[in-house]
Structures are given as structure tokens and as C-alpha cells.
Design a protein around this ligand. Structure first.
Ligand code: NDP
Length: 706
């Protein structure tokens, strides 16, 4: 689907389909609150009156929202989120900075914001904002979101000095038009005329302002510039920047400001302040916020998937079905666990007992790889935050965009400022984190070599480390396997995300008896795979992350041929049509491989499969384990006893029987040997983001020998 085809109707339907029954009940209660506020006003709307209106018990309302303040906060968020969604959809369809300004105006002055019911509720809330810190926080997010949208596009239209002033002026006109119309008994302005008045105002202001072109490049072509997200807002950095590009076209997507020492220090200071507030909240309260983040991620799935595909080159059919949703699942999972993170009671006889407290570590750093940027940011932040820590996250410099969106969404969901910060840059920025004395732990996803450097640096301040590193995983197909399933598994194990998956099963061991039949089915299916524009929903194999990485993968293909492997399919760059400007390689299968070849020993991180043959169970186990890596493994067999027996002997942290590359959040994920330390996901991750305090409590007198 192209951006122009995004229609509000379609997306609202999608939202509704995605909504869980719990969400439907919450929504019903918020609708009842809106009705109540519209009809009888703020003071008369009590929790029990709202419950009666919704036909439920007050206890149920309390179960979902805590108290009246909680219910009102949720309802205001609900209204604000509706405006945000409307804005996002209109922004996605707008083609120029001026059109995007109008999109912000149109969303805020949409007809549904003018009806009496909605208007009176907004007014009731604004009236309470001065008296409630919780409502104030939501209002602040709503206002700063509008300003930041306006500023973003004004930067392309007017000189930097005029940007802030104009953004505030346009926001004031939007609010003023809405307020006058809502308060006016005579219906002074309707949505259409309010939008027209705002449009005239904007055009007059733009005509009077100094154009951006007077101080820089053509505004219509100007590249967006993104700052570091620290303490709940974007902060200016030293001025050094790098570019992020779309690997499918080579087009520059954005300029990113690099975080060096001052910005990292600011992030650590913000994290320290944020963690004090966050760590003092109950697990239930923290869980509620994380659940809201998950809901917002799901609601914005399409927009985030689009951005992730632009930045990574991965097919939209994957990012829209996996990347964002897996991040949301993780936040929901840890949001649910947050309330149950606890220590234990230890019986020490009649006169004493002990207990343990599971406490946060403090400030933790997350450093991400480029293959699953948003998912990695969620997989690291969700357990860290559930346990009460604050996080400073550095995305890979090749994919800096979606982590910033996650930071914005976390803020919108009510995460206190400073609890999740994003700093951008290269290894130098990463090192500032791994060496920082105030950071208690680093969680890295990256290459083995980077893992070793991170661990060395972390040792200087004795930090905890979790390392999710590379792999060269085996996938074993026994002679009794369902061959169609085994081929499906091998395809998932090698070509998902264009082969850029750490757990990929790139050494495919096939029993000699079925090798020929397996290869026949495999090659037929690989030949049918669609390599193409990642934004096209039909595309199955997108672009590799960068020209350098593409060259690396091509050099492995050349080595495979030179070392005597037999190329069955693929093996070349794809340059047809518009793909010539991007980093596309056809899915490639080598047969006749032997254990010593470079393509069998080294991680390629691209769409290259090596098929090997075996005859005996013990033989294949020994060969599968003959690697420095130990991230993942898969076995295909109908004999489940054999499946378990083989997996028990495989040295790998994440294993599948009759499947491959499926990673439910409930199961811990991580590697043996050089593939990593520690685990992400599942309850296991809680251990890695908490420290245990033991408390001995004496109930009697102390007997001292002195
Ligand atoms: P890298 O190791 O090159 O980079 C990972 C991150 O570490 C990047 O943000 C990078 O910054 C940063 N970094 C690099 N050097 C340092 C340093 N000395 N100190 C601190 N930070 C540093 O990995 P890639 O991004 O190339 O990702 C691909 C690798 O990640 C593959 O080996 C893959 O197997 C592995 N991976 C492992 C997964 C797992 O869960 N086990 C999952 C996904 C990928 P910069 O971006 O500037 O280089």
C-alpha cells in the first residue's frame, strides 16, 4: 500500500479488529465518562455514577482505572490519542511541508472535535488541569506533540529564528478557534471555516517570515534533522551529524545529531532523575504505563512499520506483521509481570526470619543492532523498565529512526521524563555508555567482536552485561522429517529479514537419504521468492542494510564458489528496474558444502544458505556443535524422542523442534559460547535487570559472647 492510499476509515477498522476484549471494556467505561461529563459536568461525575451509567459495578471501574483521577486521565488520553491518530494519518498522506502543516490543523479542527459532547469534555478537562498533576502531564504531552509536529515542518519553510515563534502562533490560533467556537452559543465557526481561517493565517505568516531557503538548501527538498531524545524531549547536540539512508534506494532519509560526552551526560542525569520517580512507583503502576506503550505501538503499527522498512530495507510484509507487534508483545508481557516482581520470605526459625528484595539496578544502557531496530529497543527497555530501571538506549547508526518514535510513544503513554532516553551515534557514543560509572548494566545486541569490547569496557566499572551476539546455527533435517515443513523451516531460517537474523540456521544438515528430494523442493520454492521494493506488500526479500554489507555478502558468495561449493540458485545482485540503486541480493543456496568452508564457518548475515549432508545422528550432533557460536539450532523429525534427545546435546541457547526462528516473548532468548551472555525475554530477563537484597530480621534478644 502506498502512503497515499492510507485512509482514516481503513485504519480505524484495523484498530477495532486489533482491540482486545479488555480494551473494549475500558473504552466503554471511557465513553460513559465522556457522556457523564458532557451531561452533568465534572463535579457531579463520580466513579459510582459513571459505573451506573456503564451498567457495571464501581469495583470494576476501580479495577481498570484505580480511582476517579485514573479514569479521567485515561479518558483524556483517549481523546488526545484520537487527535494524534488523526494527525498521524493525515501527515502520512501529506506531500509537502505546507500540506503537513495543514494536516496538523485539520486533525485538531476536525468536525468530531467540534461536536457539543466532545467540546464540553475537553473544556471540563482543561478546567481541571491546574488542579491535577496527572491531567497536566497528559495536556503537556498533547501540547508539545502539536508544537513538535508544527516545528518539524516549519523548519523546511522558514528561517530557524522564526520556527519556534510561528509554531506557537499557529498552535494558539488552532486552540483559540476551537475554544471560541465551542464556547460560542451561536456556533460562531464550524470545522470547515475554522480550518480555512487557520489556513489563511498560516499563509500570511509564511509570506511574512524569512524563508528557510535564505539560509540553507531548498526547503522543499530539505532533509529532516533528528536530535537526541533526552529527559522526555529532543535536545540540541554539538552539531555533528550523520545521515541515515534508505538501503532500497540510496535516498537520504534524515540527518541525525550525534551524542557525544555532553549529551550522554545529559541523558545519564535525566535517567538518574527519572529513575528516582519510576523506581518509587509500584509494579502495578509501572505495568499500566508499559501496557499503554504496547497499545500505542499496536495502534501505530502501520506508520512504524513503514518507517522501519524505509530505514532497514526489510519487506513491509514483515515489519507490519512482526517487528512492531513483537515489541508491543514484549511491553505487554513485562507490563503484566511488573506487579509480581518480588523477593521471597525465608523462614529462619522461631526468633528470626529473612526476606529478599528484588531491587532495580538503577540506570542501564541498551545498545542495539540494525536488523530489528524497534524490536530490539522494546526487548531491552521492556524488562529494564518493568524492574524499575531507567534506560539510555543507543540504536545502531544505520537505523536510528524508530527508537526515537518509541521514546515519543513512551512519553505519550505517561512514562516519566528521563526513564527512557535515546542517544545517537557510532561506537564512540556506545563507549561513553559502556564506560560510564553511573551506568550499572549494559545490554548489547551486536557482533561477537563488539561484545568482547563492550565487556572489556564494562569491566572497568564492574557493570553487569547481557550480550546477544552472532551465530552460525545448525538446522538438522532427519530422514523421517515432513520434507515440506523442513523446507519451510529452512526458508524461514535463511531468508527472513533478507537473511539478516542472528539466529538464522544457515548450516542446513540434510540426511543423505532425503537430500535430493529436499533440494528439489527447496530450489523450486526459492526460485519463486519475490525480491523487490520493500514497501510493496508482495515483496518477500527486501534490501540488505547498506552497500558495504551487500559487498560483504557478495564476497562470501564468491568465496563459496571459489572453495568448491555448488551454487544451486541465486548468487547475484538484483538490479532490475528501480532495484539498481539499492542493495538487493537474490536468495542464494549452495549445495555440496563441507564443514571447513568459509560460508559454513563464518556468519554472513545475508540470504545465503549452505546445505550439508549427513548420515548418522551422532555425526551430525558433533558437526553441528563444531563452531565457536551457540545461538540457536533446529531439528526436523517426526520422531519426537529423537528430537528431544538431539536438542539436549546441541550447544545452543535457543532451539526449535519442527519449526525455526519463532521467538515468543515468553521464552528466554540468548546464546551459548561466543553467541552471548545472559538472556532476553521470559522471566529470565528479570534476573538480569534486578539485584537482590537480603534482609535478616531478628525477633528475639541478641546473645553476644562479650
Ligand atoms: P555491531 O556489533 O557492529 O554493532 C552493534 C551496536 O554496538 C551498534 O549500535 C554499534 O554502533 C555499537 N558499537 C560498536 N562498537 C562499539 C563499542 N566499542 N562500544 C559500544 N558500542 C559499540 O553489530 P551490527 O549492528 O552490525 O549487527 C549485526 C550483528 O548483530 C550480527 O553479528 C548479528 O548476529 C548480531 N545480532 C545478534 C542478535 C542476538 O540477539 N543474538 C540479534 C540481532 C543481531 P554503530 O551502529 O555505530 O556501529
Amino acid at each position: 500500500m502506498s502512503r497515499a492510499e492510507v485512509s482514516p476509515t481503513r485504519s480505524v477498522d484495523d484498530d477495532t479488529r486489533r482491540r482486545e476484549p479488555e480494551d473494549v471494556r475500558r473504552r466503554q467505561l471511557m465513553e460513559a465518562t465522556i457522556d457523564s461529563l458532557a451531561e452533568i459536568g465534572f463535579n457531579a461525575s463520580t466513579l459510582s455514577q459513571i459505573a451506573r451509567r456503564a451498567g457495571v459495578s464501581p469495583g470494576l471501574v476501580a479495577h481498570y482505572f484505580g480511582d476517579k483521577d485514573g479514569l479521567l486521565e485515561a479518558t483524556l488520553r483517549f481523546l488526545a490519542a484520537r487527535v494524534s491518530r488523526g494527525t498521524a494519518l493525515r501527515l502520512a498522506a501529506a506531500r509537502s511541508p505546507r500540506a503537513r502543516l495543514q494536516a496538523v490543523i485539520d486533525a485538531n479542527l476536525a468536525p468530531e472535535e467540534f461536536d457539543q459532547r466532545t467540546g464540553s469534555v475537553w473544556l471540563a478537562f482543561w478546567g481541571q488541569v491546574l488542579h491535577s498533576a496527572r491531567l497536566r502531564r497528559v495536556q503537556k504531552i498533547y501540547q508539545s506533540r502539536m508544537l513538535s509536529n508544527l516545528r518539524h515542518d516549519l523548519r523546511a519553510l522558514v528561517a530557524p529564528d522564526d520556527v519556534r515563534r510561528l509554531a506557537i502562533a499557529i498552535a494558539a490560533v488552532i486552540d483559540g478557534l476551537w475554544l471560541r467556537s465551542t464556547l460560542s452559543a451561536t456556533g460562531e465557526t464550524d470545522a470547515a471555516s475554522a480550518r480555512a481561517v487557520a489556513a489563511i493565517f498560516v499563509d500570511a505568516q509564511l509570506a511574512a517570515a524569512t524563508p528557510a531557503s535564505a539560509k540553507g538548501p531548498n526547503p522543499m527538498n530539505s532533509t529532516p534533522r533528528h536530535r537526541n531524545h533526552v529527559g522526555g524531549q529532543y535536545i540540541a547536540a554539538s552539531g555533528k551529524t550523520f545521515e541515515t539512508r534508505n538501503p532500497a534506494t540510496g535516498e537520504v532519509l534524515a540527518e541525525i545529531e550525534i551524542a557525544l560526552e555532553p549529551e550522554v551526560e545529559a541523558a545519564v542525569a535525566a535517567a538518574r532523575a527519572g529513575q528516582k520517580i519510576w523506581g518509587a512507583m509500584t509494579g502495578t503502576e509501572r505495568g499500566r504505563v508499559l501496557k499503554r506503550v504496547a497499545d500505542l505501538l499496536r495502534a501505530r503499527n502501520d506508520e512504524l512499520a513503514h518507517l522501519e522498512t524505509l530505514d532497514t530495507g526489510k519487506p513491509i510484509q514483515e515489519t507490519s506483521a512482526v517487528d512492531v507487534l513483537s515489541g508491543a508483545d514484549c511491553l505487554e508481557y513485562y507490563g503484566g509481570l511488573a506487579a509480581s516482581i518480588s523477593g521471597e520470605h525465608v523462614d529462619l526459625g522461631p526468633s528470626a526470619f529473612g526476606y529478599t528484595r528484588r531491587e532495580p539496578l538503577g540506570i542501564v544502557a541498551g545498545i542495539g543492532a540494525w536488523n530489528y531496530p524497534l524490536q530490539i529497543a522494546c526487548w531491552k527497555s521492556a524488562p529494564a523498565l518493568a524492574c524499575g530501571n531507567a534506560m539510555v538506549f543507543k540504536p545502531a547508526e544505520l537505523t536510528p529512526l524508530t527508537a526515537l518514535k518509541l521514546a515519543e510513544i513512551m512519553k505519550e503513554a505517561g512514562l516519566p521524563d528521563g526513564v527512557f532516553n535515546v542517544v545517537q551515534g557510532f561506537a564512540e557514543t556506545g563507549r561513553l555508555l559502556t564506560r560510564h560509572p553511573a551506568i550499572a548494566k549494559v545490554s548489547l545486541t551486536g557482533e561477537v567482536g563488539t561484545g568482547k569490547k563492550v565487556m572489556t569496557d564494562a569491566a572497568t566499572t564492574l557493570k553487569y552485561v547481557t550480550l546477544e551476539l552472532g551465530g552460525k546455527s545448525p538446522l538438522i533435517v532427519f530422514e523421517d522429517a515432513d520434507l515440506d515443513d523442513a523446507v519451510s523451516g529452512a526458508l524461514l531460517a535463511n531468508f527472513y529479514s533478507t537473511g539478516e537474523v542472528c539466529s538464522n540456521g544457515t548450516r542446513v544438515f540434510v540426511h543423505a537419504k532425503v537430500r535430493e528430494a529436499f533440494i528439489k523442493k527447496l530450489v523450486a520454492r526459492v526460485k519463486n521468492m519475490v525480491v523487490g521494493d520493500p514497501q510493496d506488500p508482495a515483496t518477500q526479500v527486501g534490501a540488505l542494510i547498506s552497500p558495504d554489507h551487500m559487498e560483504k555478502v557478495l564476497s562470501y558468495i564468491a568465496k563459496g564458489k571459489a572453495e568448491g561449493a555448488k551454487l544451486l540458485v541465486g548468487g547475484q545482485r538484483v538490479t532490475s528496474g528501480k532495484l539498481g540503486k539499492g542493495c538487493f541480493i537474490a536468495p542464494t543456496v549452495f549445495d555440496g558444502c563441507s564443514d571447513g568452508m568459509s560460508i559454513v564457518r563464518e556468519e554472513i548475515f545475508g540470504p545465503v544458505m549452505a546445505v550439508l549432508s549427513f548420515e548418522d545422528e551422532d555425526e551430525v550432533i558433533a558437526r553441528a556443535n563444531d563452531t565457536e557460536f551457540g545461538l540457536a539450532a533446529g531439528v526436523f523429525t517426526r520422531d519426537l524422542a529423537r528430537g528431544h534427545r538431539v536438542i539436549a546435546q546441541i550447544q545452543a541457547g535457543t532451539c526449535w523442534i519442527n519449526h525455526y526462528n519463532i521467538t515468543p516473548i515468553e521464552l528466554p532468548f540468548g546464546g551459548y559460547k561466543q553467541s552471548g551472555l545472559g538472556r532476553e525475554n521470559g522471566k529470565a530477563a528479570i534476573e538480569h535487570y534486578t539485584q537482590l537484597k537480603s534482609v535478616y530480621v531478628n525477633l528475639g534478644h541478641i546473645e553476644a559472647p562479650y
